[in-house]
Design a protein around this ligand. Sequence first.
Ligand code: NAD
Length: 470
Amino acid sequence: MTTQRSMLIDGSPVIGTGDAFSVINPATEDAICQCNMASVEQLDQAVSAARRAFATWRQTPDAERCRLMHRIADRLEENADELAGIIVQEQGKPLALAQMEVGAAAAWTRYNADLEIPEPLLEDSDSRHVSACRKPLGVVASITPWNWPLMIAVWHIMPALRTGNTVVSKPSGLTPLNTLRLVELINEVLPSGVVNVVMGEAEIGSAISAHEDIDKVIFTGSTSTGQHIMANASGTLKRLTLELGGNDAAIVLPDTDLDAVAERIFDTVFINMGQTCSALKRLYVHEGQYEAMCSRLAELAERQKVGDGFAPDTTFGPVQNADQHRLVSALVEDARAHGGRIVCGGEAPHGPGYFYSPTIVADVSNGHRLVDEEQFGPVLPVVAYRDLEHAVSMANDGAFGLGGSVWGADLELANHLATQLECGTVWINNHAEVLPNIPFGGSKMSGVGVEFGLEGLLEYTQLQVINSRK
Ligand code: NAD
């Protein structure tokens, strides 16, 4: 076990005075580091620091904010090896994927830095001149999950900064170390107090969502936590962006060339060991191609090299934590007990580490827990359908509505089906692709609001209309 890690409040390192906890390496189950959660008083200090910094940060000219954000991106790139190493150690993903995460974090920072904030003229007539402007909200709190910890922290923090807000970030207690380092790097560039970071779990999360001096919460995590945040935030009518759980369905059109799509389907299911909100999580295949598709996916699964993310030949890392590992195992066992066929995988290798082999489960359908619930891990249920009406009704049967996809060569038919899926994004011959310039968000129980693109940026602003009578 190594050293104690500090939070960063008003530009200074601060040891939490709340409960102690250890950060665990999921590949070895060794404790990497000892931390303490913030007390509620320390959260108040972080919010006060952000409030004080807001007075000047909001006045900082756009061009200067843009320049400083590019400098932050430079610091991310200059420290890419260290950041990627921290991600592998605490999150578990293979090093190449962690490097990709750092690269995406820098790219997202630059994209946000360069966005223009529109100030449209709404009317200029004989009777009135009406314009609109966008003002920052104030103090924004960011609460992040453990799956893509650095990238999601950047997704939250950078649009907040671009629009003139200040930030209190609260990473998941399972993966706080990369966010602590990110905020240190940001503090090398920005004035003290503009971005602060505190550690904690439900107690601090609840204190954030009810806090009288926080103006917005941007949250990425489970639907149940999002519901708590929304209830807690009602007293202050906080602005909320909630990016929540998903159970994305994909429909493979009848007579699709399976060789053309199987590998891409596999990759979009198992990206980050399936621990990706927008991953493909249920696959619907026509009964005429069902067995062939299951076999192709199993072949791809069996080629994976499961191991520690630092080992050069590893293509598939561990599940991030013990609770998620137990959930994945329980869903597979429930499917097995109710007639599901384990085509490949379905077992946890011996030894330390929360490893679980990439798993394909056949002969399941809606009504099985594995199909109805979000597995958020390395297992895919494959469901047979009779006709496309049957497929669409099964795909839409559920509370989530994050993403969906349609696969096949008939693009007209694919586009027609896309409009029938109840979700925030439909990909055609792809899945799980998120981009800095394309808005992303969930429908139904998968979220409120969007991130990315201009629409995402504007969620960090208050619209003000100035209506001048002539
Ligand atoms: P989680 O809801 O358990 O935790 C997320 C964060 O919320 C953590 O920082 C945690 O400390 C904090 N938290 C816990 N209790 C809280 C409370 N009462 N009030 C405020 N904050 C609280 O989620 P997780 O297990 O870390 O992440 C997995 C989930 O996140 C999956 O459901 C996944 O689909 C979802 N997710 C969604 C997106 C998206 O963009 N829609 C992206 C990534 C992950």
